[in-house]
Design a protein around this ligand. Structure first.
Ligand code: ZN
Length: 407
């Protein structure tokens, strides 16, 4: 097992390394630990069932709370709500991870490996979810954590990070400023950096299991497309890699918010490289990443998308709100704006003829609605105050009226 640069192919020893020493490129884990399946039943109910495929060499270093192996279900009412659609929509429900987002996969793997390599603490720059995950897993492991997030991060995420006792630094401005500060702090304190862009190869490596889980759920038959909410894009890589390990492939669709879409811009312009986005403006905090200073991450994701025959799609905030409502009201899934973005993209791609009406697609629902309740609170709802609960007839009339309302 070693680290390999995805750009120049240079090999590096298995260590806490965050970029290729020769060219500065993204590193990935090459090889697998071959670790025996853990005897602990609680680990067998997590992604560590497949410990052999991950990078940790000794089971005693594993920090787990039941991450991965998330449910994947058909969405029949959502399918029926899309005009002309005759295919299948599958929701990979990553909200069901311990801290409410797919970041738990990265953090469990990254933290476990960091401890094995001797780290005494962790730093993480985050738009919220990775920070909440890192804070939770650090608490579980009993190691100090410093989390750096933009000052405008949704309250639900900030509260979650603080609850776990992490040192929380709120930084004015966009995410890339938090990213830079975390790099400096990790170096200064000698802490491992669990920032979940492509920075930590041990963390990103675990996302391939999400792709493998998709194939297992679909009985070994590849979907036509997998739609992935995309900031810098590690989950795009994970899905591609996992499908590949199962001998399959699918079109990868990188979904970004129209207010922060550096990868989509490069895709549509036919560019070979991604350039940074100036000023992100979107309600989708989880993918509000301008990539300033690590544009290469975006370029790598762009390459993966193109190689798969897929595309990059930008969705407006109003389309995100509609997708959140669709998921919540048609399928009972409560997702934050970023988590609903694949559903917004799906509607848009069908309307634009970018997806066959009989396609079988998987939507990665990456983050829980609890994390950004304000995004739902701003939407119309069928909520009424009851002044006199003893007047049953009046309340029943109110309900009749409300139940008859059309959406
Ligand atoms: Zn390199």
């Amino acid at each position: 097992m070693h680290l390999r640069c995805v750009d120049c192919g240079e090999r590096h020893p298995p260590a806490l390394l965050y970029a290729c020493a020769r060219c500065g490129g993204v590193l990935e884990v090459a090889g697998e630990s071959g670790l025996a399946a853990p005897a602990d039943p609680s680990l067998r109910d997590s992604m560590w069932r497949d410990a052999a495929r991950l990078g940790v060499l000794e089971a005693r270093h594993i920090v787990s709370m039941g991450e991965g192996q998330t449910p994947m279900r058909r969405a029949p009412r959502l399918e029926a709500a899309l005009p002309g659609f005759r295919g299948e929509i599958w929701l990979k429900d990553e909200t069901r991870n311990p801290s409410g987002s797919f970041k738990d996969r990265l953090v469990s793997a990254g933290l476990s490996k960091a401890l094995e390599l001797g780290a005494r603490g962790v730093v993480c720059a985050s738009s919220g979810n990775a920070g909440a995950s890192t804070a939770a897993y650090a608490a579980r492991a009993g190691v100090p954590a410093v989390i750096v997030v933009p000052a405008h991060t949704p309250a639900g995420k900030v509260t979650q990070i603080a609850a776990h006792g992490a040192v929380l630094l709120l930084v004015e401005g966009h995410y890339s400023r938090s990213y830079d500060l975390a790099r400096g702090l990790a170096e200064r304190h000698g802490f491992a950096n669990l920032t979940t862009t492509f920075l930590n190869p041990w963390a990103v490596d675990a996302l391939k299991l999400a792709g493998l889980e998709i194939m297992e759920r679909l009985g070994g038959v590849a979907p036509d497309a997998v739609l992935v909410p995309t900031g810098s894009g590690p989950l795009v890589k994970g899905v591609a890699q996992g499908l590949g390990l199962a001998g399959a492939a699918a079109r990868l669709v990188a979904v970004q918010a129209a207010g922060c879409a550096p990868i989509v811009r490069a895709f549509e312009a036919g560019e070979a490289a991604v350039t940074a986005w100036d000023m992100p403006r979107t309600i989708a905090s989880g993918i509000s990443d301008p990539l300033i200073g690590y544009e290469r991450d975006g370029t790598y994701t762009l390459r993966l998308v193109r190689n798969s025959g897929g595309l990059a799609v930008a969705v407006e905030d109003d389309a995100l709100r509609r997708a959140m409502r669709d998921l919540a009201r048609l399928e009972g899934v409560y997702a934050e704006p970023t988590g609903a973005s694949p559903v917004a993209a799906l509607r848009q791609m069908l309307a634009a003829g970018q997806l066959a009406p009989e396609a079988r697609v998987v939507c990665m629902i990456t983050g829980h609605g609890f994390k950004d309740g304000a995004a739902f609170a701003e939407m119309p709802a069928r909520t009424h105050r009851v002044a006199d609960p003893e007047d049953l007839a009046a309340v029943a009339r109110l309900c009749d009226h409300a139940l008859a309302e059309k959406d």
